[in-house]
Write a protein that binds this ligand. Structure first.
Ligand code: LLP
Length: 417
């Protein structure tokens, strides 16, 4: 796991130059720990793969911690957002509104207005009604909005159904057949300029073949529209590149870029890519401490202090995350289920693991940097965990652990009757 920013020295697991045991003792558990070096290295690798053909946008939804966004803003990232909340985060982190693309199937009126006032670069539009709404609001604000139309290319991505987004049954994008008339008919909208096409077929892709197929369908439309005189100049191919959770061998950023670029050979649009998971996923772990051991017949359980509210992926997608003790690589002879404190049987972080488990010892759940904290909730009235970024020898608390007071803020009792 060295290139993720995590490595062992002797038996001890480190994030860059800091032992994870020290972080758990100092900041408490559960906590998310990210490696600054790993985030930067992964960004740089993708950026180099894309080169001067296009623009790399970080998909904020994967991990929207301000300090993570700050790291990326500092290296000149563009950003892909899906809400006004994400826009506010990007701006607060020092990102540039002019480098923001706004994706998402249900952009609200206020969200569109705020994005136009901030001066974002482009909206990826997902329906005729949305195009009409953007046109109206842009007229009110007195600006011309740049948009791309998100195409639903009807390609099976070969990933989990919950994160497949480019098939007919999914709510995303505009079907290919409809897109052409929508775009040629968009001339009637005075306050929008249709400049690109977009697609995103799914996430945690472990092959680029479906991306190449989707790209070639979108490229055919791109060519037809250009020939008809529509001044398109860019294509946004979304994100989706997979990472290694277990034994996957995901494609490289270079393979991802090539799969898209090849389909558009001869047309050379400016390419936008929107990776999230591939930038931050392997650059983070979740630390959790073992509270209790118990067994039911032959089934053994280690009850830990992180639950599905802190880390939802295993419960929601049946996702497999590698789990190791931070202080030992010794394995147990018998399987143990790593389960959380939440009152749901789905609250399991890892089934059938061969780990040495001792009450009080700290476990690291790997590849938790993407869709980890951002999907955390307060279920069971549990405050959300702290987030820490390690930069060389220093561990920085970048989000303090929530308190019970944080949970109650904003609620009120009814007036006394
Ligand atoms: N662009 C668009 C339009 C997207 O919908 C997404 C992800 C991305 C980019 C970034 O995809 P990535 O490179 O991170 O795969 N919660 C799920 C993943 C949901 C992804 C949603 N859209 C999970 O934990 O696996």
């Amino acid at each position: 796991m060295a290139e993720s920013g995590f490595h062992r020295e002797g038996e001890d697991l480190y994030a860059e130059g800091v032992p994870l045991q020290e972080i758990a003792d100092r900041f408490g558990t559960p906590c998310y720990v990210y490696s600054r070096g790993a985030i930067q290295a992964r960004w740089e690798r993708y950026r180099q793969a894309l080169g001067s053909q296009g623009t790399l946008c970080y998909a904020v939804k994967a991990n929207s911690n301000l300090a993570v966004l700050g790291i990326l803003a500092q290296v000149g990232a563009s950003f892909d957002i899906v809400s006004a909340g994400e826009l506010a985060r990007v701006l607060r982190a020092g990102g540039d509104a002019g480098r923001v693309t706004f994706s998402g199937v249900g952009k609200g009126t206020q969200e569109i207005r705020r994005a136009l006032l901030a001066g974002i670069r482009c909206f990826n539009v997902e329906s005729g009604q949305e195009l009409e709404r953007i046109d109206r609001i842009a007229g009110e604000v007195g600006v011309k909005a740049t948009v791309a139309i998100r195409i639903n290319p009807d390609v099976e991505a070969g990933t989990h159904p919950h994160i497949t987004t480019g098939v007919e049954a999914s709510k995303f994008g505009v079907p290919l057949e409809e897109a052409e008339s929508l775009i040629t008919g968009a001339e009637k909208y005075r306050n929008v300029r249709v400049q690109g096409l977009a697609f995103h077929i799914g996430s945690q892709l472990t092959s680029v073949a479906p991306v190449a197929e989707a790209a070639s369908r979108v490229a055919a439309l791109y060519g037809r529209l250009r020939a008809a005189g529509v001044p398109l100049d860019h294509v946004d191919a979304g994100g989706g590149l997979g990472i290694r959770y277990a034994d996957e061998t995901p494609p490289t950023p270079k393979e991802h870029v090539e799969a898209v670029a090849t389909a558009f050979a001869g047309m050379e649009p400016r390419l936008f890519l929107e990776p999230g998971r591939a930038i931050v996923g392997e650059a983070g772990v979740l630390l959790t401490r073992i509270e209790y051991l118990k067994s039911h017949g032959t089934r053994r359980f280690a009850v830990v202090d992180a639950g599905m509210n802190d880390h939802l992926r295993p419960a929601l997608y049946d996702a497999w995350h590698e789990i190791e003790a931070v202080g030992t690589t010794r394995r147990s002879a018998d399987a143990v289920d790593i389960v959380g404190p939440v009152c749901e049987s789905a609250d399991s972080l890892g089934k059938d693991r061969y780990l040495e488990v001792t009450p009080g010892s700290v476990l690291a759940i790997y590849a938790a940097g993407a869709y980890g904290f951002v999907m955390a909730s307060h279920y069971n009235s549990r405050p959300r965990p702290a987030e820490i970024i390690v930069d060389g020898q220093h561990a920085h608390l970048v989000r303090r652990r929530e308190t019970v007071d944080d949970l109650l803020r904003g609620e009120s009792l009814l007036p006394r009757g």
